[in-house]
Design a protein around this ligand. Structure first.
Ligand SMILES: Nc1ncnc2c1ncn2[C@@H]1O[C@H](COP(=O)(O)OP(=O)(O)OP(=O)(O)O)[C@@H](O)[C@H]1O
Ligand SMILES: [Mg+2]
Length: 346
């Protein structure tokens, strides 16, 4: 059903990329208005649960909450692990994006980005969460399609384009052509797995326990998908000594972190290779010319473009604003009739 212009031109229409690690909201005619960690802190008092803070403030609390407060990431591996909490988080973000509690009483359309590998049940959960948060009409867009539009790839043309979206929970590889997904493949490997690989390496080889935030920082500062010559850069990290239980600090090198990241990075490489192997020949020849485009926060991992280019023998480029591509693309699909057909109801 096409809505009357009166409703569809409402400035409250929005696209939401509810990511495992970050939530990004795009509002029609305004662009990206919110980009915050997908974290919510819940306080329980006398058995009653109440949202304390969401987003940036909640992330700062992770691993440091006092009794009675829990900082939760309601999404894991790219899908909703805790539906009630996820719904609360969406409500808070939508309010924040609209600059107050204008959530109800306005008829806004919402586009929600869904991983291409998600099941009907998972999609329904996301739709319901958005409806309960006050959306008048909910449409879905597949994340790789949104990522490709956001990266400026020619998805409406009869020309194959490959996008690899490396998020926090999943890596999605897709080949797009003529507004459709010709092939897609998703693996549950992303930034979170890279962080885990770093913390288990530090625990095993240095007997040091480090928190999630610290391993993520190590990844941002010296993480690399290709081993450096020699030991590369070094970084001092603090944590708890597993032998004597005391706070301690050690120095780690770029080379050892590259080695620790080799396994999850290898899984990303395999996902890309298997996508190439299963792509129809006419589309493959387009990909040879166009190369592969990387989106998502994982695209910012040091030398990941080089690693994938070496494995595939194809040119690989990192999209501008890689972390925003999915939300930008979903927003454009909402605004621009050139993309009619990429949004679905179910
Ligand atoms: N400079 C960087 N180097 C390496 N990793 C980075 C960098 N910047 C961000 N990341 C990682 O990118 C990930 C978040 O990316 P993104 O926001 O695209 O994920 P998401 O959309 O929330 O997850 P998903 O799509 O899997 O649901 C985090 O793991 C973060 O640590
Ligand atoms: Mg994402």
């Amino acid at each position: 059903m096409k809505l009357p212009k009166f409703f569809s031109s409402s400035t409250h229409d929005m696209a939401i990329d509810l990511g495992t690690v970050n939530t990004v909201i795009y509002v029609r005619d305004r662009g990206i208005v919110l980009n915050e960690p997908s974290v919510i802190a819940i306080e329980t008092q006398n058995g009653i649960r109440r949202v304390k803070v969401v987003g940036n403030e909640a992330k700062l609390m992770m691993g440091k909450t006092p009794a009675g407060i829990q900082a939760i990431r309601p999404l894991r591996d790219g899908v909703i692990a805790d539906i009630d909490v996820a719904e609360q988080m969406i409500k808070h973000f939508v309010d924040k994006a609209l600059g107050g509690s204008s959530r109800f009483g306005r008829r806004h359309e919402v586009v929600i980005c869904v991983p291409s590998g998600s099941t009907m049940v998972e999609r329904r959960a996301l739709r319901d969460a958005a409806s309960n948060a006050g959306a008048f009409r909910v449409q879905l867009i597949e994340e790789p399609m949104a990522a490709a539009i956001g990266a400026g790839l020619p998805v409406t043309e009869p020309r194959g384009a490959m996008v690899v979206d490396i998020g926090g929970g999943t890596t999605e590889v897709a080949v797009l052509s003529l507004r459709g997904i010709a092939y897609s493949n998703s693996v549950r490997v992303g930034g979170d797995k890279l962080d885990d690989a770093i913390s288990s390496h530090v625990r095993r080889t240095h007997n040091l326990m480090i928190g999630e935030a610290t391993s993520e920082r190590v990844k941002h500062l010296i993480g690399s998908a290709v081993a450096p010559e020699g030991q590369g850069r070094t970084l001092t990290v603090k944590g708890r000594d597993l032998v004597n239980g005391r706070p301690a600090e050690i120095t780690i090198t770029e080379a050892e972190i590259a080695d620790a990241l080799a396994e999850p990075v290898g899984q990303i490489k395999s996902a890309v290779m298997s996508a190439l192997e299963q792509t129809a020949p006419e589309l493959s020849s387009d990909i040879i010319d166009e190369g592969i485009t990387l989106t998502g926060g994982g695209a910012l991992l040091g030398r990941i473009d080089e690693a994938l280019s070496e494995t595939t023998g194809l040119p690989v480029k990192i999209a501008d604003d890689a972390l925003m591509c999915v939300a930008m693309g979903a927003g454009r699909a909402l605004e621009d009739t050139a993309y009619d057909g990429v949004l679905t109801i179910g």
